[in-house]
Design a protein around this ligand. Structure first.
Ligand code: AMP
Length: 352
């Protein structure tokens, strides 16, 4: 067990790190942020900050020396330099990170465990793309296998004209068939060192322009019908990885059952509602898991919980949001309300 007063290292300096550090503080821990950007909103609420590049192995080694456990809030971190951090200190482990940061690897991994992704094919050339279109058909989505987030690095292809216009770069890509889904949902779980697992209720997620806009609990009936099957896959993934901490798997709910979309080896935007909407939040249970503490109950605190992201200028709605006492406002303290940037979120507990 990591004793209170110890230091938790967090790789990544964004809002997830900020909310993890706030949960860690409640349990008596100090946090040390490692991030390449100078303006870190996670460092603002933490005891220490190392600002260095992800490839700076010396800085990573020094950072780890000052920590008792190291976790992450961002998965697109090069794995090789992280090998300077003793394996036993890292939660989740590097294998989980390696798989989750590559769309091809995660699809194959989940498929091998019996999960069902959308039909997919690797695309490294124009010929590969033509073959993938023949095999899978259109419409579909071409995605970079690495470094994509919030709909970035994705091209929708509805016809051959659009396919011809897609820019193919050096980056490996994956072409996926377009899934006709009734709803999108996520399975978020916390797994302890002893292998015990707790799930939160699955939120129904609505994306706009590839970015999560809203998460609602309880989800629609289609999702409720498919949660058990999705949890079974998530459990197998977590067990196979010997995972410790919070992990998220995103699914499409379809007439033929859950279709796996992607996984994140971390707390997730679709779980922000758990701060007020569950007895223990995803952030607190992640800290508990990586510190070897017992996991907290995940039951709902209200019959219905709605989370809405505040994107770009929506952050300025703050005062109006607080005029309703059922709302809980979270602002991340980001300086610039750029288009498409997640600035905060609001969670509403609905009791009637
Ligand atoms: P991703 O970055 O893979 O999570 O994609 C962002 C969003 O694009 C998803 O949440 C879906 O709304 C949509 N999307 C991605 N892949 C597919 C697909 N194969 N079929 C239908 N919609 C998709």
């Amino acid at each position: 067990m990591i004793e209170p007063g110890a230091t938790i290292g967090i790789l990544g300096g964004g809002q997830l790190g900020r909310m993890l550090a706030m949960a860690a503080a409640q349990l008596g821990y100090r946090c040390h942020i490692f991030a390449p950007e100078r303006d870190s909103i996670a460092a603002e609420v933490s005891a220490a900050f190392t600002c260095a590049d992800w490839t700076d192995s010396d800085a990573l080694a020094r950072f780890a020396q000052g920590c008792d456990v190291v976790t992450l809030e961002f998965e697109n971190i090069p794995v090789a330099p992280l090998q300077t951090i003793p394996e036993a200190m890292l939660a989740p482990n590097l294998r989980a990170l390696e798989i989750a940061q590559d769309r091809m690897k995660e699809k194959r991994f989940v498929e091998d465990l019996g999960g069902r992704p959308a039909p997919f094919a690797a695309v490294n050339s124009r010929e590969d793309l033509e073959r993938a279109l023949d095999l899978i058909g259109m419409p579909g989505i071409l995605k970079t296998t690495r470094d994509g987030y919030d709909g970035k690095g994705q091209w929708r292809i509805a016809n051959t004209r659009e396919a011809a216009g897609v820019p193919l770069s050096e980056q490996p890509l994956v072409y996926e068939g377009f899934v006709k889904f009734d709803a999108e949902f996520s399975v978020i779980l916390a797994r302890g060192h002893d292998g015990s697992i707790r799930f939160w209720d699955s939120a129904e997620n609505v994306h706009e322009h590839g970015i999560l806009a809203r998460s609602t609990v309880p989800a629609c009936q289609r999702v409720l019908d498919e949660v058990e099957a999705a949890r079974a896959i998530a459990t197998d993934v977590a067990d196979a990885l010997g995972y410790v901490g919070v992990m998220t798997l995103e699914f499409f709910a379809t007439a033929d059952g859950p279709v796996f979309n992607e996984m994140a080896p971390r707390v997730h935007n679709s779980g922000h509602w758990t701060i007020e909407g569950a007895l223990t939040s995803q952030f607190e249970n992640h800290i508990r898991a990586i510190c070897g503490l017992p996991l907290g109950a995940t039951d709902l605190t209200a019959p219905r919980v709605e989370m809405r992201n505040l994107i770009g200028k929506q952050a300025h709605e703050g005062p109006a949001i607080l005029a309703d006492p059922a709302n809980h406002l979270h602002l991340y303290g980001k300086a610039e309300a750029r288009k498409g940037r997640k600035m905060g979120h609001v969670t509403r507990l609905v009791r009637d």
